[in-house]
Design a protein around this ligand. Structure first.
Ligand code: IVH
Length: 694
């Protein structure tokens, strides 16, 4: 028999689980906070503690298990009990009228529809047994899909345990998993920063960013590490119940029931007795969809009555009682003038479609990204093609199709270039890499200019007044060929210097005024004081971003030690892998680079860490976390700032929704506290902070 303590623990677990589940439900489904984040975390900690003492009492559906940590090597394939069908699509009112007439012909006119939003995500089927989430399976090919239960369990709005209700012992509920637009942007922005820090250039970054919220959601569900999935803030809406005997007479009632059992059901569904009601629903959401926090790509119309649904039945692929209506994405049709190729700082080649200018969603579009060779092959672009451009989730317009009826028989396919458009070097594409590269980094103009631009950039040597156009001008005038040449420039060379700016065909003349010339000279002089770690980053060694540069500087202390380092030695450093080691080693074995470093050294740049520099970053414990520090503490504000940064965190000055922690001291302003509370930002004390970096 269980001892008294154990009985108490079981009671406590049940009590806390129920409370936490209720809070999660209100927070994620009803968008209301019953308690503060602080109280929530405290309760969660309490539950974790009891569960730690009595591990055999831990239920697989406990709120502590919601954030996973499970690794799924391979997803098991599961056959769907009810096939996961797709929907017939319609694009205009006439198509819908035809659908309506077909239905009325078969079942008569005593008919009602439910209109719902068509969520742009990934279909999922959830099985519940005795109110507990048993399994989550993707659509797959409609007949069988992947078991992604562990990953789905990390989605906070999906209940592990239903609220009391009259649900069948076993049933399936289907819906859509998606990511909110804001979260998508935030995570993409975060990824961009990480890639920038790792030293990737713009072309590579664009290649690696998530393309749209839908791809993001489906990619996330297939991740092997459910802890990683939990960080992706996925959400879900459920929209159809399958059970051996119907849970209600109508679809509308079943949605209401599902809501009452704790499922996230969108509030935007409505009964439509007539087709006119359907049309006004469509018009309403075509206008309002831009204000929704998630993407929808149309609406779905379902016959409300289950008996009528049964009578109508299915075709091989779709139900006859439901149909989707897709919103039009704004598109424009225009002519492809030519494809050009941009060469980035690292030699990465990006193809760009140059178009006959056309108006699209309020702006004139002249170019569209073609991303890489694979995308060009997929589109099968030909000379003078008539192309269809769209502005999707991405900022840069893209070509979504080609009007083949406009293609002349004599038009030839456009093949990806074989040689660099700037220097003529044969391009290379490594296996597994989507991009082609020009490896002639010593003599290829855009690569040289790009490297100088990187060197002078804000995060590197931070030379003010030296933007892209001036660098281009100085290069074109033969005044600079590499970053060391900057330090040979004198005022007289710059004062009144004339050069061209702007693109081919739209070139303008510019001349440097006395003040700008002096500012540039001053900026270059000031950069000699920039720290060794930033100089290392500025050198533009591939894969050496800010973090790696900081680590190398901390480890080797000066440039001589670093230049001598062997590959094996480099890869011993924490978080510096073989690939980075290889790049660093090769960089310092190339005579031109050693020469460049020697010249920079002779000009008086910082080639070693300074005495008052700390030994560099201590840990990554605060990596990706931002802090606002407010109030009076035992430690000075400067010390706190240093500790945050030394442990990989970011010290920021104002509170925004993106902030992770407010470090609150004595006598802190009430306004700040109020704002942090409103935005749901975690508030921590100095002791909490010490604990975090211990
Ligand atoms: S009902 C048998 N309702 O659209 C009925 N589907 O193009 C099955 N979808 O595979 C679907 N929002 O992934 C339904 N409110 C909604 C929906 C919806 C999005 C997706 C679903 C389906 C696809 C069909």
């Amino acid at each position: 028999m269980a001892d008294l303590f154990e009985q108490e623990a079981a009671k406590k677990i049940a009590f806390l689980s129920q409370k936490l589940n209720r809070c999660n439900y209100h927070y994620y489904v009803l968008s209301e906070s019953l308690i503060s984040d602080f109280e929530f975390d405290h309760m969660m900690k309490e539950l974790e503690n009891v569960e730690k003492q009595y591990p055999h009492l831990v239920d697989a559906n406990s709120p502590t298990q919601k954030v996973g940590g499970f690794i799924t090597k391979e997803f098991q394939t599961v056959k769907h009990k009810y096939p996961m069908l797709s929907l017939g699509n319609t694009y205009n009112e006439n198509d819908l009228r035809e659908f309506d007439q077909r239905i009325r012909k078969q079942i008569g006119s005593n008919l009602e529809y439910v209109a719902e939003l068509k969520f742009d995500g990934l279909a999922i089927s959830l099985t519940y047994i005795n109110g507990k989430l048993d399994r989550a399976v993707t659509r797959g090919d409609g007949t069988q899909g992947d078991d992604v239960t562990q990953n789905v369990k990390t989605i906070k709005s999906i209940p592990h345990q239903l609220k009391p209700g009259t649900y069948p012992n076993e049933f399936e509920i289907r819906g859509e998993i998606f990511i909110h637009k804001k979260t998508f942007e935030r995570l993409n922005e975060k990824l961009r920063k990480e890639l920038e820090i790792k030293g990737f250039d713009e072309d590579e970054i664009r290649e690696k960013l998530y393309k749209n919220p839908r791809n993001f959601a489906s990619g996330s569900l297939k991740l092997q590490d459910s802890l990683e999935v939990s960080k992706r803030s996925l959400d879900a809406f459920l929209y159809f119940i399958y059970s051996p005997s119907p849970v209600a007479e109508t679809h509308f009632e079943s949605l209401k029931l599902a809501q009452s059992w704790g499922f996230p059901v969108s509030d935007h569904y409505t009964l439509c007795p007539t087709l006119d009601d359907v049309f006004s629903y469509i018009n309403q959401y075509d206008k309002e969809r831009k204000d929704l926090s998630y993407e929808i790509d149309g609406i779905v119309l379902k016959v409300n009555n289950y008996r009528q649904q049964e009578e109508l039945g299915f075709t091989a692929k779709t139900p006859r009682w439901a149909i989707s209506y897709k919103f039009k994405t704004e598109q424009a049709v225009t002519l492809l003038n030519y494809v050009s190729y941009q060469v980035g700082r690292t030699g990465a080649i990006t193809p760009v479609a140059n178009l006959q200018p056309v108006l699209l969603a309020g702006t004139t579009v002249k170019r569209a990204s073609l991303y890489n060779a694979d995308e060009m092959e997929r589109l099968d672009l030909h000379n003078n093609d008539t192309v269809i451009v769209e502005k999707g989730g991405e900022i840069i317009p893209k070509i979504v199709g080609i009007d083949l009826s406009k293609r002349s028989n004599s038009s030839l396919p456009i093949n990806f270039i074989t040689h660099c458009p700037e220097c003529g070097t044969l391009l290379e594409r490594k296996e597994g890499d989507a991009l082609h590269y020009c490896l002639n980094d010593k003599n290829c103009k855009p690569q040289i200019k790009g490297k100088i631009e990187h060197f002078t950039g804000r995060k590197a040597m931070n030379i003010e007044n030296l933007g892209t156009e001036t660098i281009n001008g100085l290069y074109d005038k033969g005044l600079i060929k590499n970053s060391a040449d900057l330090y040979d420039l004198i005022f007289e060379q710059l004062n009144n210097l004339e050069f061209e700016i702007g693109e081919e065909g739209e070139k303008k003349k510019r001349s440097l005024k006395e003040k700008s010339a002096q500012n540039i000279i001053d900026g270059i002089e000031a950069s000699k004081k920039i720290t060794f770690e930033r100089l290392l980053f500025a050198l533009g060694i591939r894969l050496v971003g800010e973090t790696v540069a900081r680590k190398l500087a901390a480890h080797y202390k000066n440039i001589e030690n670093l230049m001598r380092a062997e590959k094996e030695d480099l890869s011993q450093i924490h978080e510096i892998g073989d690939k980075i080691a290889e790049q660093v080693y090769t960089f310092f074995r190339t005579p031109e680079n050693c020469n460049l470093v020697e010249r920079l050294k002779n000009k008086g740049l910082q080639m070693q860490i300074s005495d008052d520099d700390d030994e560099g970053q201590k840990s990554n414990k605060l990596s990706g976390k931002s802090f606002v520090v407010s109030g009076v503490f035992n430690k000075s504000r400067d010390t706190l700032k240093k500790l945050i940064e030394l442990n990989g965190g970011r010290f920021v000055s104002s509170i925004s929704g993106k902030l992770n922690f407010l470090l609150a001291g004595d006598k802190m302003g009430t306004e700040k506290l109020k704002k942090a509370n409103e935005l749901g930002i975690k508030i921590i004390t100095e002791e909490d902070f010490d604990e975090m970096i211990k």
